[in-house]
Design a protein around this ligand. Structure first.
Ligand SMILES: [Zn+2]
Length: 109
């Protein structure tokens, strides 16, 4: 386990006392930013509302379906979305076909 170097004297003998980080050399104590490792990556809609698996969303613009001439119309309701990593961070089914959407083009219903 390593801790960040002391921001005051750059000592690397710092330790965590359960509440804060402490530097034994200069006595400096400080709070480290919350660890991001376990933080869930939040996916937000066009209005900044956090989306979850199973949500229903509404498209806020016409979207072309990649590799076809099909267009999914603005206002289309998409039920039971699944969040995923990637550029298109929403997986869903529209008219029975699997689609990937970008969260910036939807809003929570
Ligand atoms: Zn120090």
């Amino acid at each position: 386990m390593t801790y960040p170097a002391c921001p005051q004297c750059a000592s690397d003998l710092t330790y965590y006392d359960g509440v804060q980080l402490v530097c034994p050399e200069c006595g400096y104590e400080w709070q480290e930013q919350a660890q991001q490792t376990d933080a869930v990556h939040q996916i937000k809609d066009a209005n900044g509302a956090v989306l979850s698996d199973g949500d229903t969303v509404i498209l806020i613009k016409d979207l072309k379906v990649k590799g076809s001439s099909q267009v999914i119309k603005q206002g289309t309701k998409v039920k039971n979305i699944r969040l995923q990593d990637g550029d298109h961070d929403i997986a869903c089914k529209i008219d029975g076909s699997a689609m990937n959407l970008k969260s910036e083009f939807v809003k929570k219903a």
